[in-house]
Design a protein around this ligand. Structure first.
Ligand SMILES: Nc1ncnc2c1ncn2[C@@H]1O[C@H](COP(=O)(O)OP(=O)(O)O)[C@@H](O)[C@H]1O
Ligand SMILES: [Mg+2]
Length: 415
């Protein structure tokens, strides 16, 4: 597939992902609405599994049962019923489990201060494997039979509402999960595509690098030879010799430029030496170019890693070093490339001015975004830490398949 086709597909995926995210936000809003409805209901509401374990409880429910929500959820509702009323409650729960009809019971809590009579009313559904129970504190209410009928009707209405809200809540959760699955699939496609685009780009760079190196490099070498022969042939012509010397110098620096450009386009070192040595080589080059001392510690199982992965790590490393030169004002850099518990971990620490939070989050920070994208394409993570005047540290973790540590190398390239 051509690069532009891949990029087109990527664009489509990006649009689809944005749509999915929007849809997820909408369902979250609906979910929140129902959560609020449940939580603010004027009666105690509790949802349990058919095993009696509390799954959710609303605000009034926590007051009636006497506990924090975090203490209640995950425990059996029965535990919050006074011991003396357990048999009444067990019978009530049994009735709920047996039929799809509403069961009721009254539970009395004794005690001087917190004496209370709680009316329980609930129904269990087999379809959703859950029981919805409404609880109302009827302490001190002497209810006439008519009032009791009215109260019951009201309660039934409320628990009906609660049940309806919950059903919709569940439907929303279900839809939410579906959206999430779709989003995950789409994100993983996007990641694969990004990885493919990167490797196609690298292939193109490799081809251009080879062309520049072979064609232009050889022409310049031939030109250099001819110029130096000319200088020898006309050695008695001082002015001409001086001119050819100047030309030779220009050609030499052009050859070096061609080499630099082609090695920046595709670091041959990476293909020839493998990731470990290429990182070391790049660190040395960096030190020569910048005058910033650069130490490396490399501990890898194998010198050579997967080509795409090596390229990603190498490109991240290049960007990290270029940031050190351009922004840090550092005098030393420590580079570690190690394998730890199946992860390839690259760390680049400098002793410069330190990166600020907003610099990391800035949308203009394309270099950082690019490094992160490369790491994430391989299921990895990128972290950047910085403190004022205490330098910046960049950590990249990319998963590998676990291998024993066979290749250990330590080197310091500081002068
Ligand atoms: N090693 C570093 N030390 C201090 N600041 C840094 C360092 N690396 C990056 N930064 C800050 O983070 C910003 C974003 O970096 P980056 O995304 O690579 O963008 P760019 O290099 O194009 O400015 C930089 O402009 C700089 O302000
Ligand atoms: Mg940068």
């Amino acid at each position: 597939m051509q690069l532009h086709e891949l990029e087109e597909q990527m664009g489509e995926l990006e649009i689809r992902n944005a749509e999915l995210l929007q849809a997820m936000k909408e369902t979250e809003k609906v979910l929140q609405k129902y959560s609020n409805l449940f939580d603010q209901a004027p009666v105690g509401g509790v949802i349990t599994g058919r095993d009696g374990i509390i799954r959710a409880v609303n605000h009034v429910g926590t007051q009636i049962l006497g506990g924090e929500r975090s203490d209640l959820v995950g425990r059996r509702l029965e535990h919050f019923v006074p011991y003396s009323a357990r048999s009444v409650f067990t019978e009530f729960f049994g009735n709920m489990l047996r039929g799809e009809q509403i069961a009721t019971c009254e539970v009395e809590r004794s005690g001087e201060v917190n004496r209370a009579i709680i009316h329980f009313e609930g129904v269990c559904t087999t379809a959703e494997d859950e029981c919805r129970i409404a609880m109302i504190d009827i302490t001190g209410r002497k209810l006439s039979p008519e009032e009791r009928v009215k109260q019951n009707l009201r309660l039934q209405e409320l628990s009906g509402e609660l049940a309806r809200a919950n059903r919709e809540h569940h439907q929303e959760i279900f839809r939410h999960k579906k959206w999430e699955e779709a989003l995950n699939v789409s994100l993983s496609q996007q990641r694969k595509l990004a990885s493919r685009i990167m490797s196609v780009r690298e292939e193109e760079r490799t081809a251009v690098a080879r062309e520049i190196h072979d064609e232009l490099g050889q022409m310049l070498a031939a030109l250099q030879l001819n110029v130096s022969l000319m200088a020898q042939e006309y050695s008695d012509h001082a002015q001409l010799v001086a001119r050819t010397k100047a030309m030779e110098n220009l050609i030499t620096s052009s050859i070096m430029t061609v080499q630099r450009i082609s090695s920046e386009l595709r670091p041959v070192m990476l293909d020839i030496l493998g990731l470990a040595d290429a990182i070391e080589w790049q660190a040395k080059e960096f030190q020569k170019r910048s005058g910033i001392s650069c130490k490396t510690i490399i501990l890898l199982t194998e010198k050579k890693q997967d080509r795409d992965l090596s390229t990603a790590v190498y490109r991240i490393f290049q960007e990290a070093l270029s940031n050190v030169i351009r922004h840090s004002g550092a005098t030393t850099v420590q580079v570690d490339l190690v394998e730890r518990k199946g992860w390839l971990v690259l760390t680049v620490r400098d002793n410069g001015r330190g990166i600020a939070e907003q610099e990391k989050r800035d949308v203009q920070s394309l270099g950082i975004a690019g490094m992160r994208e490369r790491a994430e394409t391989f299921g990895g993570k990128l972290r950047i830490c910085g403190a004022p005047q205490q330098g910046t540290a960049l950590f990249v973790r990319i998963p590998l398949t676990g291998k024993e540590l066979l290749y250990a190398h330590q080197d310091s390239c500081s002068r």
